[in-house]
Ligand binder design. Structure first.
Ligand code: IPM
Ligand code: MG
Length: 354
């Protein structure tokens, strides 16, 4: 089974090492073999190949069973034109691989309740929300431009969705909801946006085929507020690209830290792209400070979604729980009295518990 590995930029390089280590540990324990191929993406690809998305990266990812990605971006490349920025590489690889459904579970480990910014009674002993973010359409991929006009400039981005794009991710979300608490919230801005109206129309139609799933509809501004007010009301949140980008960062803070959140980007077959939700954190890169848990949880998602290996995936999650129970914390989730550890030691502790 071939896995393409993209360390990327910044802390991507450190967390990927830990993710691979965990993968190798479970491979050894459960007796299976992975083959890895490291490829370039983002700023490091630009520096070495002159483009944030080299052709061979796309080819190698396409010929793999799964892709494990760290993070891309950094101040060094911030002033470049959009098509050369590291983010163009990330958006480009997602698009090239056709991974339209980005699953971002916001799970609060009970051990981290005191790291969350919300009061314990609001969190009610834990939290488990699945955000399904559309990943390869909407504003980030729509027609866009900046032009000079009299007295200044004008810029625009367009949000456009076809019913086909909404249909396929809605079905996926209903299937996911079926295996969870059977509740689905479509988050949109249907009181203002045409594209949101189409989302509602398509989702309403599909909902009729999933009568066992309870559906509700919520405007995105309200959803942003409800996530803080009463996050336990949510089970599956389905939403378009930009709203999902924003709400998943918000949801991550409910769980203690952005460093904890994994993601799986899938498309309907067993192929998937797995990456933590956080970015490349250039301010702490190379200092052994980053939290590798988002990446390690992404490895667990890979085992589950691409390789159908639920037991090893659960094994990883249990190992993380045990380490947190033991009081070990990276800086981002540290509270008073915690045993603060670095990136590498956190990885080692998790391995020891597998
Ligand atoms: C994310 C990130 C990316 C996105 C950026 C880096 C392009 O914020 O994965 O959430 O917007 O998708
Ligand atoms: Mg984001």
């Amino acid at each position: 089974m071939k896995i393409a590995v993209i360390p990327g930029d910044g802390i991507g390089n450190e967390i990927i090492v830990q993710g691979k280590k965990v993968l190798e540990t479970v491979a050894h324990k459960y007796n299976f073999d992975f083959e890895y191929e490291d490829v370039l993406l983002g700023g490091s690809a630009l520096d070495r190949k002159g483009t944030p998305l080299p052709k061979e990266t796309v080819e190698i990812c396409k010929s793999s069973e799964a892709v494990l990605l760290g993070a891309v971006g950094g101040p060094k490349w911030d002033k470049l034109p959009s098509n050369l920025r590291p983010e163009a590489g990330l958006l480009g690889i997602r698009k090239a691989l056709g991974v339209f459904a980005n699953l971002r579970p916001a799970i609060l480990f009970p051990e981290l309740i005191s790291s969350s910014n919300l009061k314990a009674e609001v969190l009610g002993g834990g939290l488990n929300i699945m955000i399904v973010r559309e990943l390869i359409g909407g504003a980030y991929f729509g027609e866009k431009n900046t032009i000079d006009i009299k007295g200044g400039q004008k810029a625009w981005d367009t949000i456009s969705y076809s019913s086909f794009e909404i249909d396929r991710i809605a079905r996926k979300s209903f299937e996911i909801a079926r295996k969870r608490n059977k509740r689905l919230t479509l988050v949109d801005k249907a009181n203002v946006l045409e594209s949101s109206k189409l989302w509602r129309k398509v989702v309403e139609k599909i909902a009729a085929e999933y009568e066992d799933v309870e559906v509700n509809y919520m405007y995105v501004d309200n959803a942003a507020m409800q996530l803080i007010r009463d996050p336990k009301q949510f089970d599956v949140i389905l939403t378009e690209n930009m709203f999902g980008d924003i709400l998943s960062d918000e949801a991550s803070m409910l769980t203690g830290s952005l460093g904890m959140l994994p993601s799986a980007s899938v498309r309907g077959d067993s192929f998937g792209l797995y990456e933590p939700v956080h970015g490349s954190a250039p301010d702490i890169a190379g200092q052994d400070k980053a939290n590798p848990i988002g990446t390690i949880m992404s490895v667990a998602m890979m085992l589950k979604y691409s390789f159908n290996m639920e037991i090893p995936a659960e094994n990883i999650k249990d190992a993380i729980s045990k380490v947190l129970k033991g009081g070990y914390r990276t800086l981002d989730i540290a509270v008073e009295g915690a045993k603060t550890v670095g990136t590498e030691e956190m990885g080692n502790l998790i391995i020891k518990n597998i």
